[in-house]
Write a new protein. Structure first.
Length: 211
């Protein structure tokens, strides 16, 4: 028999729920206050981080710590394109002697100079297969380095723009004939002309005197 005057509520027990005690209310208020403080602190920390980021502040590295370096794969230098064969128009040849006058016992030293007059590096065959030192006296052919040459070879050289290569030859003051035929006559005193050749290129003449 239920007590008279108490209203019946729907539910499992049929009675209204009991109100929390004052101690429970105090604990709930304390927890709510702590959560509010944590939220405020979090907002403050977040605001400082945003302010530092906008101001460009970064943490200082510890003393003695090695700086972090970002390594990148090194790119090998581009391989230079191989030099092409020189255009004949870009190659000049010169003849030179080590003196203008030679005594009776002196042997003239000749020099062939090949120069790249072009704007780009190029290959030149400066081998003995291409060069010739020739001595003349007026219309008389006196000597040629190819007459008695014992074998020849090719020698390709890369020559930079404005650079030159040189070849030397010492003349024994003898005459020669094509095919290396024997010649008894020897050059006498007088003025002679040296001309050097490299392939199809011929140098301007260079004169000298034999005493």
């Amino acid at each position: 028999m239920e007590p008279a005057g108490r209203p019946r509520l729907s539910g499992s027990s049929g009675y209204p729920p009991r109100r929390p005690s004052p101690a429970v209310y105090r604990r709930r208020r304390l927890v709510a206050a702590i959560l509010a403080l944590l939220v405020v602190a979090g907002l403050a920390v977040g605001a400082k981080a945003v302010t530092d980021a906008l101001a460009g502040n970064t943490p200082e590295a510890k003393a003695g710590s090695a700086p972090a370096v970002q390594e990148t794969a090194s790119t090998p230098p581009p391989t230079a394109a191989p030099a092409a064969k020189c255009d004949e128009k870009a190659v000049s040849v010169e003849a030179a002697t080590d003196a203008k006058t030679y005594g009776r016992e002196q042997k003239p030293a000749f020099t062939l100079v090949v120069r790249n007059d072009g704007d780009a590096p190029c290959k030149v065959n400066v081998g003995t297969s291409q060069m010739e030192f020739q001595v003349t006296s007026a219309s008389d052919r006196i000597f040629s380095s190819v007459d008695c040459q014992d074998g020849s070879e090719d020698l390709l050289k890369d020559i930079a723009p404005g650079a030159e290569e040189k070849a030397s030859f010492t003349w024994d003051r003898i005459r020669s004939m094509p095919g290396c035929e024997a010649v008894e006559a020897v050059p006498g005193p007088g003025t002679y002309t040296l001309t050097t050749k490299l392939g199809s290129r011929t140098s301007p003449p260079s004169t000298f005197v034999l005493e």
